[in-house]
Design a binder for this molecule. Structure first.
Ligand SMILES: NC(=O)c1ccc[n+]([C@@H]2O[C@H](COP(=O)([O-])OP(=O)(O)OC[C@H]3O[C@@H](n4cnc5c(N)ncnc54)[C@H](O)[C@@H]3O)[C@@H](O)[C@H]2O)c1
Ligand SMILES: [Zn+2]
Length: 343
């Protein structure tokens, strides 16, 4: 269990287990991005071993943000080659993203998620009430991954985020609303989070082991891993992803795939979600480096997901260096000076 979550919810959790006569042991750990390493995996394995867990009937339960879910998932996948585990995401980002799919992992050699496995959990328990205690910035962070799915696959989700984003930030997804869109904001919290998870599942379920390399879910994840590792811990995952997406929207515009109006709406929506749309450390040199890496690990193809309208996207392999450069210049000219965009 994430140490911070433990401090907030330990009493409730103990009541929950005790009411159900569960034999349990809780291991609170400082599962931060800087600590996302094999060291914590080994700590978990030591504890699991001491508990003398029965691999067939006793799951490990990971309770925390995406970092915690990834580390515990990796430990579970290693213990006796595979021990069942359950994910309980407690941040918006982990709820809509890290809770779906089979990936586990830790950082290694200064590279994000370099060690890991594909082992799905036996279950994921979703409870939005955990978000009451996360910061507004962390809500924004999760909204970035929801926006990713909206831009790639779901025009209706985009409109929901564009219209209700500030409300979702204010209420931390706690409002239940009434009717599908009844009231001013209606069921924006439940509808938008379900739409995001559903579209994520549609993409991941048929490609659990990532054999298919053309993946829309990679949008925003081409250059952001480099940026995220370089400026750690000043940018959150979703913030780095959003900066990458913002640049890609300019690439898409430069290629003539997106209209100027759609581009402006997307950037406006990002700002409404209080996400950074530009960063000084996101350089053309970083773009080139990430691109070369991508070509090396992706069968010689760029496989670049780009939005072609609000809620529709395609994968492109033929973006020229000239387009990348021109888009970069325009992106810096239009967004680089805005003080709002700097963290
Ligand atoms: N496996 C996957 O498919 C996948 C997908 C997306 C992201 N990830 C990984 O997830 C990580 C990011 O996840 P994250 O954004 O959840 O970050 P995180 O796990 O670092 O959590 C963010 C912060 O919130 C705190 N916290 C968690 N729940 C809380 C709560 N309910 N109340 C108060 N504080 C709380 C944590 O202690 C931490 O300080 C990255 O390492 C990323 O690589 C994995
Ligand atoms: Zn992500």
């Amino acid at each position: 269990m994430d140490q911070v979550v433990y401090n907030l919810y330990a009493a409730k959790l103990r009541d929950y287990f005790e009411a159900r006569h569960v034999v349990y042991s809780i291991l609170p750990l400082p599962t931060t991005e800087e600590n996302k390493s094999m060291e914590l995996v080994m700590k978990i394995l030591d504890e699991v071993h001491k508990f003398s867990l029965d691999r067939r009937g006793e799951p490990i339960i990971a309770i925390g943000g995406g970092v915690c879910l990834d580390i515990v998932g990796l430990a579970a996948s290693l213990y006796r080659r595979r021990t069942p585990y359950i994910r309980v995401p407690t941040t918006l980002l982990s709820y809509v993203d890290a809770s779906v799919g089979a990936k586990t992992g830790v950082n290694f050699a200064s590279c994000k998620n370099k060690l890991g496995s594909y082992v799905p959990p036996v279950a994921t328990f979703l409870d939005r009430s955990f978000f009451q205690t996360i910061s507004r910035r962390q809500i924004s962070n999760g909204l970035a991954e929801m926006l990713k799915m909206a831009l790639m696959k779901h025009g209706e989700l985009f409109e929901l985020l564009e219209t209700h984003g500030p409300f979702l930030l204010d209420t931390k997804f706690q409002s239940e609303g009434s009717g599908k869109y009844g009231g001013k904001h209606g069921k924006a919290a439940v509808t938008s989070s379900r739409m995001a998870i559903k579209s994520m599942l549609e993409e991941l379920a048929p490609n659990l082991w990532e054999d298919e390399l053309n993946r829309l879910v990679d949008f925003g994840h081409l250059i952001s891993p480099e940026l995220e590792m370089e400026v750690l811990p000043t940018l959150l995952h979703g913030e780095a992803v959003n900066i990458d997406m913002s640049y890609m929207v300019y690439v898409s515009r430069e290629r003539g795939l997106l209209t100027e109006d759609d581009k402006l709406r997307i950037i406006g929506c990002m700002e409404g979600l209080e996400l950074p749309v530009w960063h000084p450390d996101f350089t053309m040199e970083m773009v080139n480096r990430s691109f070369q890496n991508r070509l090396k690990h992706s069968g010689g193809l760029a496989r670049m997901p780009l939005p072609i309208s609000l809620g529709r996207a395609d994968i492109f392999n033929d973006t020229t260096d000239e387009v990348l450069c021109k888009a970069f210049k325009k992106w810096c000219d239009e967004l680089g000076t805005s003080s709002k965009t700097l963290i």
